[in-house]
Each structure stands twice: as C-alpha cells, then as structure tokens.
Ligand binder design. Structure first.
Ligand code: XMP
Length: 516
C-alpha cells in the first residue's frame, strides 16, 4: 500500500483516486502524521502532495524521518520543494507564478522509462509559485521547462523523485502512466486492490468488529446505504436489520423496488415504515425550502428513532459513509483534527443514540462503492443511479408540499427517467448515463392549454438535467430535442393534471441543481 501525505492541495484526493485506479490500496493522511504511525502503516512508497504554502513556513513540515525508511518517495509540487529543502537543495519564490499547460523536456530516468513520448517530453499541468532553484545532494535533473529549469529531479539510488507539475489531474496527459510507473514498478506495489478481492477482507472485518451483536441500518435506496446493506448482510446475515422510511416523497415505485431487491431477492431483514401521512401532515402549509428540509430531517429522525427503540438488541448503527466524506470532514476542521462527521443524507441522526457506528465503506471512493455493489450482486442499474436528495420530492415541489402534487410529479419524473434510459447517443450510451442528475420539478402554477376540443387549465412541470463531475458546478445537459419532445408529449398525454412541460437551461452557478 501507498501512503499519501496531504499538504493541502485542492487536488490531493485525485492522487489517491489515481493510485486506487491502478488497483493499489492507498490512504491519505495529514502531512504531520507522526513518524511512528508512518512506520506502522508500512508503506511501499510515499507520495508527498502539493500544497499552497512555502517550505520556509515551519507549520507545514512532515517528519523528515520519512526519507530514512528506505522506501521510494515521490514529491509533487510542494512535495518536491519539501524534498529539496530537506535534502540539501534550495527553493526560491518564483518571480512569476506558473499556471496552466507546459511542455517538459525530459531526460532518461527510471520514472519516465516506458511511458509514451516521455523519453523526450511530457505535456503537463503546472500550478506553482515557488520552485526548486538548487538540486539537493545526489539528485539529477530529469526534466526542465524554460521557466522552470528543475521541473523534475531524481535520486535514483534512493528512488526519490520530485516533479513540479501535477500528474494527478487529467490535463497532464501521461500523468496516470507516470503515477502507475511510480506505484507499480518503482514501489513494487501489487495491483491486487479490486472490489471482488476486497469483499472477503471487508466481511472478515465486519464479523470481527460486531461479533454476535445486532446492527441497524437506515436504508434509503441510495447507492451508499444500499451497498453498505448488501455488504453487511453478506457478513452477518440476519444480525442486520434495515429500516426503510417512506416519507411519501420518493420516486415512483421506489419503496416496492427497494423491498423487492433487498427483502425478496437478497433476503435482508427490512422494516418498511410508511410514514407518508405523518410527513404530509407536518409539511402542510409550509412553503419555505429550508424549513421543509428541517421538518423532513427532524421527522425522519423521529421515525427512525422509534424503530430503533423497538430493536432492543441493536448495538451498532451502520452508515454508508464513504472515503471522501471522511477526508472532507478531517480536512475541514483544523489540520490536526481527525474528528469525522456522522454523515447522513437526510439530516443527521439523534445525538443521544447509544449505538456504536459501523461504517464499512469509509475506505472507499464512490466508484469503488459502485464496483463493490456490482460485485455483491446488486443490479448495475441501481448502483449507477443518479443521486437523489434526502428530502426527495419535498424540494422538487415548489412551495407547499401536497400529496396530489407528489403523485403527479412522481409520474412525470418516471417518464423522464424512462426516456433518458431509452435514448442513446451515437456511441450507444444512454442519456441517463450521459447526465449526472436528471429529474422533474413540480411548479404549482396553472397555465392554459388545449386538448382535443377542450380548454385545459393545469399544472406545469419543469425538466432538469445536468452534467457535472462534483455537483459544485454544473452545466445544463444539451438533451436532444427528440428526447425532450417525446418526454413532453408523454407527460402531457399520460398525466391528467399537467398540460405544459418546460426545460431548465440554467447552469450552476448561478442557479443550483435543485430548484429549492
Ligand atoms: P444543489 O441544488 O445545491 O444540489 O445544486 C447539489 C447536489 O446536492 C443534492 N441536494 C441534497 N441532498 N439533501 C440531500 O441529501 C438535501 O437537502 C439536498 N439538497 C440538494 C442535489 O440533489 C444535488 O445532487
């Protein structure tokens, strides 16, 4: 396994993703990880990330003992400067910041051997102010650019490498090959980290952790809680009880589908709580989006808590927390904090709950969670589904939530999703897979229409489809007109009560993905 020490770059997570994609297990830790912990981790190699600081600031130093462990070290950007600074070189403030594409002239080295084009040059993404101005002892230059004469350096005896650019971003063309070269060939890590392999290890760990205790899990139908449920069930069978709360704001047939898949197909114990009456009653007359969210979150906790109290033997609460949640909440606080938020889709869980947390996905990235789900036998369609917000249709019905609106919206949404799955682009990929999130929104306004010989006066539905990699920013999806036309026709013809369909062409920012 590989250790990545994080000096605070925006893209450190991507280093970990790339290493995992090479099927090598790695963990991301804060740069100030104590040397004893580093030794105990026993890495095959260490990667030092980039970071926004200067190596002359004493606050941002890793334990230099890591250079004495006899393992290969790759320093990226700040990591390279850190390496230079502590091994006898010099770092100087660049008089100009370098940001963007650059071409690095390369000289033969262990790091670049065998990589396409690399014997001569690499197309890379640079983002730095400081740079290494004098080589550390026993290092040689293995790459240069006009503005950065020491763009790559190596001490091949010790297998120490420094690169000023970012191999983890896709803008660096051979970045992945370079990281693979370091991790697989230079560190000699075995590419054995695959989800089918991981199942046995994860199952053993869960069994050891919970023993003969009982576990409770809030199953939402989303990817993370579903995969967690399947994994835990594989490990401890009937010691797991899932609680599925139907708040009446779910997608069409969602409750039936979840029960079918988990209770019937997989044989998981699932308590299906139909709390829709209760939720609707609490939401009556409420129009403010944040207030609706709060009510739904609080109500969810209440319902879940009541079920939990009935299961008097449960000692563990399982959650679908994944690695990005762990990294984010560790990084968000101070650099030393390792406190982790209790991630939950709907709005947190009761603080007074006397249960221990079981989080079997907390080492995994989202794409790994999906692979694991498939390996556990969950249908691809469910494992690759779009995200769905905890408050569900509650934030897709503008203003006051009414059951009548929810029923209309569910059907419109279902038609939209069905057609997205049907329509393919020229490569045969469905528009569902080409978009990151798509849904219908209910507008509680009426407009005039004409159907047959009669005049209609009915509600409007907006369609929203976005493409995004992180949900922080998003583009509206350029869906084919034929697809939009078909969806519009079907919704208006099949759903009495809706006579107009519009398409949302707003990006995020300035709009958000959800309408509320
Ligand atoms: P926005 O609307 O903020 O959405 O651009 C970004 C992503 O977050 C989801 N979202 C939520 N998820 N509870 C959730 O679990 C919420 O209250 C919530 N609000 C937005 C949204 O669906 C999108 O994927």
């Amino acid at each position: 396994k590989i250790l990545i020490l994080d000096f605070g770059s925006q893209v450190t997570q991507l280093i970990a993703r790339r290493v995992r994609e090479a099927h090598v297990y790695c963990e991301l830790h804060s740069f100030d990880m104590p040397l004893d912990d580093i030794k105990a981790f026993n890495p095959k190699g260490i990667i030092l990330s980039g970071g926004p600081n200067s190596v002359y600031e004493s606050d941002y130093q890793a334990d230099v003992g890591l250079f004495e462990l006899g393992v290969p070290v790759l320093g990226i950007c700040y990591g390279m400067q850190f390496m230079a600074h502590h091994l006898g070189g010099e770092v100087s403030a660049g008089n100009q910041r370098e940001f963007g594409y650059a071409q690095v002239n390369t000289f033969d080295s262990e790091l670049t051997r065998g990589i396409e084009d690399a014997p001569n040059s690499l197309d890379v993404w640079m983002s730095h102010g400081d740079k290494v101005s004098k080589l550390p002892h026993h290092f040689k230059i293995i790459g240069e650019t006009p503005s950065c004469p020491i763009a790559m350096m190596a001490n091949e005896n010790k297998h120490f490498y420094g690169i000023q650019f970012h191999p983890e971003v896709t803008h660096t063309k051979q970045g992945k090959a370079l990281l693979n070269r370091f991790v697989l060939d230079i560190c000699g890590a075995k590419p054995s980290w695959t989800m089918p392999n991981y199942i046995d290890e994860a199952v053993a760990k869960i069994r050891e952790q919970v023993g003969s205790d009982e576990v409770i899990l809030g199953l939402s139908g989303g990817v993370d809680s579903s995969v967690a449920a399947a994994l835990i069930h594989r490990a401890i069978g009937d010691q797991l009880t899932c609680v599925f709360v139907d708040h009446g704001l779910l997608r069409l047939n969602e409750a039936d589908n979840v029960m079918q898949m988990f209770a019937n197909n997989l044989g998981v114990k699932v308590i299906h709580v139909d709390a829709s009456e209760q939720f609707m009653a609490k939401l009556a007359g409420v129009t403010d989006p944040e207030q609706k969210r709060k009510i739904i979150g609080a109500e969810f906790i209440e319902v879940f808590d009541a079920e939990e109290k009935k299961l008097t033997n449960a000692k563990w609460l399982a959650q679908g927390t994944i690695y990005p949640d762990v990294i984010e909440s560790a990084g968000a606080k101070t650099k030393k904090a390792h406190a982790i938020k209790s991630h939950h889709n709907v709005g947190g869980l009761p603080e007074n709950m006397k249960l221990k947390l079981l989080e079997p996905l907390r080492d995994l990235f989202k794409d790994e969670v999906r692979e694991l789900g498939v390996a556990l036998g969950l249908p691809r369609e469910m494992v690759y589904r779009h995200p769905f917000p905890g408050p569900g249709l509650g934030v897709r019905i503008l203003g006051e939530v009414k059951r009548e609106y929810a029923d209309l919206l569910r059907r419109a949404d279902d038609i939209f999703i069905e057609e997205l799955r049907q329509f393919k682009d020229e490569n045969g990929t469905s528009w569902y897979d080409l978009t990151s999130q798509a849904f219908a929104v209910f507008l509680p306004v009426k407009s005039v229409g004409v159907m047959g010989d009669g005049r209609t006066y009915d509600y409007v539905v907006a369609l929203r489809a976005v493409v995004t990699s992180d949900f922080m920013t998003a583009h509206w999806a350029e869906l084919p007109y034929a697809l939009l036309g078909k969806v519009s026709n079907r919704i208006i013809n099949e759903i009495k009560g809706i006579n107009r369909v519009v398409y949302d062409v707003s990006g995020k920012p300035p709009a958000t993905i959800e309408w509320e």
